[in-house]
Design a binder for this molecule. Structure first.
Ligand code: NI
Length: 216
């Protein structure tokens, strides 16, 4: 198989794996991240095969949906092996995937390649703006969380374990993650896209709290 066929076949495989995903990590999330990663990846002169493959596979073994403590990328590795992707390239793809995830407000997530930088940016862009808001409430519902509870303070997690275990209302997640992402973009291109999406969330929250207090 050539690279184009490998990407096509990976897209089909992932679409199938994510066809009944209700946590906001559905196939359309993957597809949006892939499109954004390719868009930014062209500007950043990335290896587009590694970029697109990592974007397609980035949530396959994700802790948020597999509920596993393990960081093993078994499904991803198995899939790459089955396509006979060259070992060095497969290792690069897996490294990118490993570096994508957000782990909490006070935990840094360094990237070791431009491809990691771009896929991380693309995934984070999908967590903010209009789509980010929709996905955040969808994930909160999936976890049976309240929309908002004024009694529960925001917690800027210092360790990944407490971030993972958080059961706080969904609005808190804006302050623990979404509103912080704008300043955590790696590339210039992602930074400028993030500005508009960030402002949209700020406006949304202001309307939300006004409605909460019956002011608007
Ligand atoms: Ni993702």
């Amino acid at each position: 198989m050539d690279h184009k066929e490998i990407i096509q076949s990976t897209g089909k495989y992932v679409a199938h794996e994510f066809c009944s995903e209700g946590s906001g990590h559905d196939w359309f999330h993957i597809d949006r991240v892939r499109k954004m990663a390719v868009r930014i990846g062209i500007q950043e002169k990335c290896d587009l095969f590694v970029t697109e493959m990592a974007a397609l596979l980035h949530d396959l073994d994700d802790w948020k949906i597999t509920d596993s403590e393990s960081t093993a990328l078994s499904k991803t590795e198995t899939w790459l092996n089955s396509l006979n992707v060259e070992t060095a390239i497969a290792a690069k793809i897996i490294r990118v995937i490993d570096e994508v995830s957000y782990k909490g407000a006070n935990i840094s997530t360094p990237v070791s390649s431009v491809e990691s930088a771009v896929v991380q940016d693309a995934d984070r862009l999908d967590a903010i703006g209009a789509i980010g808001i929709a996905r955040t409430f969808s994930y909160g519902g999936y976890k049976n969380r309240l929309i908002y509870d004024p009694e529960v303070p925001v917690d800027l997690h210092d360790d990944f374990r407490s971030y993972k275990k958080s059961a706080a209302p969904t609005i808190n997640h804006f302050y623990e993650k979404l509103l912080l992402l704008k300043d955590r973009m790696n590339t210039q291109a992602a930074q400028s896209i993030a500005e508009g999406r960030h402002q949209f969330m700020v406006d949304y929250l202001s309307q939300f709290f006004d409605e909460w207090e019956a002011k608007r």
